[in-house]
Design a protein around this ligand. Structure first.
Ligand code: NAD
Length: 231
């Protein structure tokens, strides 16, 4: 079975109603990320950070997967698929994808604020101050903040090296180290990019640019990959 590796970013969930960053001037739902998505922000104002992620969790739980998420799940009928997502929503899983690696964590889980390996499912949308891990430390959202290590980056790079086909959907490739993953894909491998505003990507061979919204471009590409009909 051929191996397809898909790297997704905020753009794939845009049509599910979850806003991206870059389309909103580097703000996340109106917030400066430095004030809500960094270890310094947590030190300064943990309640604000907790509230911010509670809102993101509430929005993500209310959102539904769109045609792009569902199409990627269908690929598993004929291919060995791994989705590496930068998104903290769980829309790929809810669309039926089985192999989903969350590079930046997932909003439906909490994490110990002293040991990032201790994570727990969250019942509902709200994580409260005073809720603690088994070590007694405050629980925070299980997300990777700017300035924190990305523990999944090494396994993700290994998976990219195994790709026979690579697909990038809805990422500005502005956030590292995730943006560097494409460099691990073999130069021979076809690399499809689906985005209404294709990010600049130089020195990489075999790029096929599909300048469309995810909900249009992804189902068409998936149909081509499943039936052999030209895109
Ligand atoms: P980004 O905001 O930097 O870039 C979004 C990309 O999506 C852009 O290239 C834009 O042109 C494209 N896009 C916009 N609408 C689209 C559509 N309908 N179809 C396809 N593409 C579309 O996103 P990023 O590169 O993922 O980096 C942002 C970081 O912010 C990520 O690390 C992520 O953790 C976090 N984030 C996550 C979510 C989420 O979980 N849904 C939402 C916002 C931000």
């Amino acid at each position: 079975m051929k191996k397809i590796v898909v790297l997704t970013g905020a753009g794939i969930s845009a049509e599910s109603g979850l806003k991206t960053f870059r389309d909103s001037d580097g703000l996340w739902e109106g917030y400066d990320v430095q004030k809500v998505a960094t270890p310094e922000a947590w030190q300064e104002n943990p309640q604000l950070v907790q509230d911010f992620y509670n809102m993101r969790r509430r929005d993500a739980l209310a959102a539904k997967p769109n045609a792009a998420h569902y199409a990627l799940a269908e690929l598993e009928n004929q291919y060995d698929v791994t989705i590496i997502t930068q998104n903290i929503d769980d829309l790929h899983e809810r669309a039926g994808s089985v192999n989903v690696m969350h590079l930046h964590g997932v909003i439906t889980r909490s994490q110990s604020s002293i040991n990032p390996l201790l994570t727990y499912p969250i019942a509902g949308w709200e994580l409260k101050m005073g809720e603690v891990c088994e070590l007694g430390s405050q629980l925070r959202a299980h997300v990777v903040w700017f300035g924190e290590d990305v523990p999944m980056i090494i396994p993700a790079a290994r998976i990219c090296q195994q790709a026979d086909i690579f697909i990038l959907v809805g990422s500005s490739l502005a956030v590292y180290p995730a943006a560097g993953l494409v460099n691990y894909v073999h130069y021979d491998v076809p690399k499809y990019i689906i985005d209404p505003k294709i990010p600049e990507i130089n020195r990489i061979k075999n790029i096929i640019r599909i300048e469309e919204k995810a909900s249009d471009g992804v189902p068409k590409l998936v149909k081509e990959l499943l039936t052999g009909d030209p895109y």
